[in-house]
Write a protein of this length. Structure first.
Length: 230
């Protein structure tokens, strides 16, 4: 069974989350602060975490950073902070998704299912396996050979397009912040030039998506970043 760790200092909300998750057959642990969360995560590693940012003893971002030193479990941030800077900090620290309060329980459960499904279905396309190849219904990417094929023909990508695609492919299902993409592809001084991303992501979609205006694989999360959905 899937184990979920809820990190939330609002006791009423934490209780509501625990009840709803257990009703859907999740195994649930709950922590009211960051220190307790890290202790529980070390003792009983969760399959996925739901983390609030406004904790009484430390910021939720610090919890994510500490967790990422040894765990790759998906982290879904659930916070009242709706500013883009807070979202970017959490994503850059290693969060996989971000929802703001108030929230829909149905949407939270759907995102939780998606996070656990991606983990369960992790394929030999990730760097850890050493294979480095992913195949979708519409195109395939060989990370080692740096080759993209669609409908039995090679797709020519520019070095910048390839760099962007490789980052997304190596993090399937994970929301990658705009700042991280800009800094990794264009350098530290370009962290705010989001127009670069819009242009190059549009080019990638034209080359890879069946319907570029309604992308299936290269997904935009407005104001936050992009994700690759295999």
């Amino acid at each position: 069974m899937t184990r979920v760790l809820v990190v939330e200092d609002d006791s009423k909300l934490a209780r509501a989350l625990v009840i709803n998750l257990r009703a859907r057959r999740y195994v649930v642990d709950s922590a009211p602060d960051g220190a307790t969360a890290l202790t529980l995560a070390a003792a009983e590693p969760p399959d996925v975490l739901i983390v609030d940012l406004g904790l009484p003893d430390m910021d939720g971002v610090e919890v994510i950073q500490a967790l990422r030193r040894w765990s790759r479990s998906p982290v879904l941030v659930l916070s009242a902070r709706s500013g883009s800077e807070d979202k970017i900090r959490a994503l850059d620290a290693g969060a996989d998704d971000y929802m703001t309060k108030p929230f829909s329980m149905d949407e939270l459960l759907a995102r939780l299912r998606a996070a656990t499904r991606r983990t369960a279905e992790a394929s030999p396309t990730t760097p850890d396996t050493g294979v480095g190849r992913i195949a979708t219904a519409d195109f395939s990417v060989d990370l080692v050979a740096k080759r993209v094929r669609r409908a039995d023909r090679d797709v020519r990508l520019t070095p910048t397009e390839w760099h962007l695609l490789e980052i997304l492919i190596r993090n399937p299902g994970r929301l990658i912040s705009q700042r991280r993409l800009l800094q990794e592809v264009w350098g530290p001084s370009h962290g705010t030039k989001t127009n670069y991303l819009r242009v190059y992501m549009a080019q990638l979609r034209r080359k890879l998506e069946t319907d570029p205006s309604h992308p299936r694989y290269l997904i935009t999360e407005p104001g936050m970043g992009y994700r690759f959905e295999p």
